[in-house]
Design a protein around this ligand. Structure first.
Ligand code: SAH
Length: 354
């Protein structure tokens, strides 16, 4: 990576912007903070800020590759077929999934939707033939698409509305001393709140993620036009709920999201409850949203771990502890969910109820 001149801290840019034009929305704050964060580093792995499922074990990507191959075979092996990953990080999931898929005759073209140039360099080394896109609009328009997004939606900026004695307002960000804080905006936002929730007590916060909704809407549209299936994997909830879930992680620890924006990974829980109906509104088939642990077990992670441990007995303990991290109820197994979508003529996928 080239040595660029150190950029002005984002906190200083925000202070100037807010002094000149007034408070910025929390959504603006989070979007800019993550754009800066991801474009300036490779945040993944034990030496970075956080670790993701594909970086914990090759089994994660392998089982996703197996799932995709199974879907594609049962749908009639149509070609050309495209593997599309949103926010592929280091490319590890794609590498493991594509290696496994190839064994079943699935050899798709590979497309990455990635905003970070720092991560593109890493992805190029991991998956040499991949093509990059800024967004979904430029991916191939013909042939079924197999779309995967792991810990992508949680990085997209959320909008928060708060109930005040004057009505619903957007949460805005202003500096206070060394840090930033949230205040209620001036604009009435009642029209943006579903009627059933409008009378919530003062202080109630509703969080939405327009970027996640738009992504699922686009993905569902592609599935309907071209055929295919999609997996969205993220930590989040599948029931509607109130409150802020914004958090920041740096060097594997939770930190204050309102100090040093751009230096920590900002994420929010993915609200899967609102995403399934968005996909269905386009005619897409929602296969289900299930806990990651259950999904991986149904796909045979225990058998796979056994097989890997047999080939490399010296690593057996590490393989089993990685599996426990992925499926353990107190670890990623329950908090993380897998949402499956498919064209209505495609088969129901392994690990999903319908
Ligand atoms: N899927 C990977 C990485 C998760 S981190 C894994 O599981 O290891 C989030 C990823 O999404 C990074 O690759 C980041 O650069 C990318 N990303 C975040 N916001 C984005 C945006 N708005 N557009 C495109 N990519 C984005």
């Amino acid at each position: 990576m080239s040595e660029a001149a150190p950029a002005e801290p984002l906190a200083a840019i925000f202070r100037r912007l807010i002094a000149n034009t007034g408070p910025i929305s929390l959504m603006h704050y989070m979007g800019e903070a993550n754009a800066r964060y991801y474009s300036s580093r490779d945040p993944l792995g034990s030496a970075g800020d956080f670790i993701t499922a594909p970086e914990i074990s090759q089994m994660f990507g392998e089982l996703i590759g197996l799932w995709l191959a199974d879907m594609w075979i049962n749908a009639g092996r149509e070609t050309p077929v495209h593997y599309i990953e949103l926010g592929p990080g280091r490319g590890t999931l794609a590498k493991d999934a594509l290696r496994t898929a190839r064994r079943y005759g699935l050899e798709p073209s590979v497309h990455f939707v990635e905003a970070s140039t720092a991560l593109k360099d890493v992805q190029l080394e991991t998956v040499p033939g991949a093509q990059w896109h800024h967004d979904l609009s430029t991916i191939p328009a013909y042939g079924p698409v197999l779309i995967v997004a792991n810990e992508f939606l949680d990085a997209l900026p959320v909008r928060q509305l708060v109930k005040t004695p004057q009505g619903w307002r957007e949460r805005m960000v202003v500096p206070e001393g060394e840090r930033f804080i949230c205040v209620a905006g001036q604009q009435p936002m009642d029209a943006a709140v579903p009627e059933a929730r409008r009378d919530a007590p003062d202080g109630t916060i509703i969080e939405t993620c327009p970027g996640a909704a738009a992504t699922v809407y686009e993905v569902a549209g592609r599935l309907m036009e071209q055929g295919g299936a999609a997996l969205f994997i993220d930590y989040g909830h599948d029931q509607l709920r109130d409150g802020s879930t914004l958090q920041a992680v740096r060097q594997h620890l939770k930190v204050d999201p309102f100090i040093n924006p751009g230096e920590a990974d900002l994420t929010a829980h993915v609200d899967f409850a609102t995403l399934a109906p968005i996909a269905q509104s386009r005619g897409c088939r929602w296969l289900g949203t299930v806990p990651q642990g259950r999904w991986l077990r149904e796909l045979g992670i225990e058998t796979r771990a056994q097989a890997l441990a047999q080939v490399a007995p010296q690593h057996a303990a590490a393989i089993h502890s990685a599996m426990d991290r992925l499926i353990g109820e107190g670890q990623m197994g329950l908090l993380f969910k897998v949402m499956g979508l498919a064209h209505p003529n495609w088969p129901g996928g392994a690990g999903f109820p319908g």
